[in-house]
Design a protein around this ligand. Structure first.
Ligand SMILES: N=C(N)NCC[C@H]1O[C@@H](n2cnc3c(N)ncnc32)[C@H](O)[C@@H]1O
Length: 415
């Protein structure tokens, strides 16, 4: 009782709009950046009941920031790119060690350089987000480009310069510290190479920087490495994960802890699980490429909302616990007709540091051979936190043994 009373007293709360929102329905309330809204209730984490100039409606919580009280100093708007935290994390060795230790990833980039070494002669290369400079050093060591501009925004750049000198590549490799989309390159590049992929392909949205650099620094007819990318999805079993996080509460030490299962679902199954290693036998159907990016034509505005359809035919009876996603990227040859090199981060290739991403349904569903699982996936980029997105899955199960089941679930990654 006391808590409810305190809660009522807390409302209304003053919030300020971080960006424009256009209502899509009579029950929603549209607003513009900077509007001050009065929040009267927070019925869910994502949608709040708010008022603006006497009009009431639902508003998306992620678009709002609590408004500092008049007498408190105004906290500056947090950087939507969270650059301090992001580039701070790349200023230490931990993530670079993880990426360099990923032999599948790193050897693929080396193979791209080796198999194109002749065509790289006298070319201008831009290595965007070079980190420790491994790709640039491969270029200088295994081919004869005229110059490689190794661009790195984090403080790692100082050490990268040292590695370039240490390996006798300073004649070819020039390290430029700064954000690629902000710094000046001395000339256009013939090849823009980058290892930009994040979990679920797009998390971190470093790809935006690659596209901006493409539009500004890649000469007409220049080559993008990767040239294309695909997000792949499969319906799957995840029995061990389900047992570990959900079934566990059924009979721990002979006691019934099932009242905690709704909490477990909220805590463990609301967000995607990164670094999931799916066993190929847990795939319930053949995988499907649901989103494909052509790195020459995709535009930054396309990244706001990407949608892909899928239709899976279940190949064996099992428990449909969720979907697993991974990605592949392709590197076209510099020579006409030359072989394309591919990096596949899926369950049938050598594991990479990304592994796969698991999206758990709230409740597992029994499926049988011949059932179809149709639907779509929507990647909705966070309008405020620009390195984040929400992944929404809609599915429709047609089963001979059961009437069709329809479901949908949205997974914040992370805000
Ligand atoms: N998911 C990944 N492939 N992350 C690799 C990111 C590497 O690129 C660097 N990086 C990311 N974005 C940028 C940018 N816009 N400009 C320069 N370096 C960048 C980052 O500091 C790290 O060394």
């Amino acid at each position: 009782m006391q808590a409810e009373k305190e809660e009522e007293e807390a409302f209304p709360e003053e919030y300020v709009a971080l960006c424009d929102f256009t209502a899509s329905g009579s029950e929603q309330l549209g607003f513009s950046t900077g509007d001050k809204l009065l929040v009267h209730a927070k019925p869910s984490a994502d949608w709040w009941w708010a008022e603006l100039q006497g009009v009431i409606g639902y508003v998306p919580a992620s678009y709002l920031r609590q408004d500092a009280a008049e007498d408190e100093e105004d906290t500056s708007l947090e950087d939507p790119w969270q650059d301090d935290e992001y580039f701070g994390s790349y200023g230490t060795l931990r993530l670079h060690l993880e990426m360099l230790s990923d032999r599948s990833r790193t050897e693929t980039y080396r193979q791209v350089i080796v198999s194109n070494s002749a065509s790289l002669r006298n070319k201008v290369v831009m290595d965007l987000g070079c980190g420790t400079g491994i790709i640039s050093l491969f270029c200088a060591q295994l081919a004869q480009p005229s110059v490689v501009y190794a661009v790195e925004a984090s403080s790692m750049a100082e050490h990268t310069r040292q590695l370039v000198k240490q390996n006798g590549c300073e004649e070819v490799v020039t390290v430029l510290q700064g954000r690629a989309e902000e710094l000046e390159l001395p000339e256009q590049a013939d090849i823009l190479v980058s290892e930009w992929m994040g979990n679920c392909l797009l998390f971190e949205f470093m790809v935006e920087s690659v596209l901006l650099a493409r539009d500004r620094w890649l000469r007409d007819g220049g080559v993008m490495w990767p040239s294309s990318a695909a997000l792949t999805l499969v319906p799957c079993q995840a029995d061990s994960y389900y047992s570990e996080k959900m079934a566990f509460w059924e009979r721990p030490y002979g006691l019934d802890f099932t009242p905690l299962q709704p909490l477990a679902q909220q805590e463990f199954f609301t967000k995607p699980k990164f670094s999931h290693l799916i066993d190929p036998k847990d795939c319930l159907s053949a995988p499907c490429d649901v989103i494909c990016l052509n790195m020459y034509t995709v535009q930054v505005r396309d990244l706001e909302e990407m949608e892909g359809e899928f239709k899976f035919c279940v190949v064996k009876p099992g428990v449909f616990h969720g979907f697993t996603a991974w990605f592949t990227v392709q590197f076209e040859s510099l020579e006409a007709g030359g072989a394309t090199v591919e990096l596949d981060t899926g369950p049938n290739s050598d594991p990479t540091h990304w592994k796969q991403t698991l999206f758990m349904l709230d409740n597992p569903i029994h499926v049988y051979g011949g059932d179809s699982i149709r639907g779509n996936i929507v990647l909705h980029r966070n309008p405020v936190w620009r390195r984040h997105m929400t992944v929404t899955l809609h599915w429709n199960i047609n089963s001979s043994s059961d009437n069709c089941q329809v479901g949908t679930k949205s997974f914040p990654m992370w805000r």
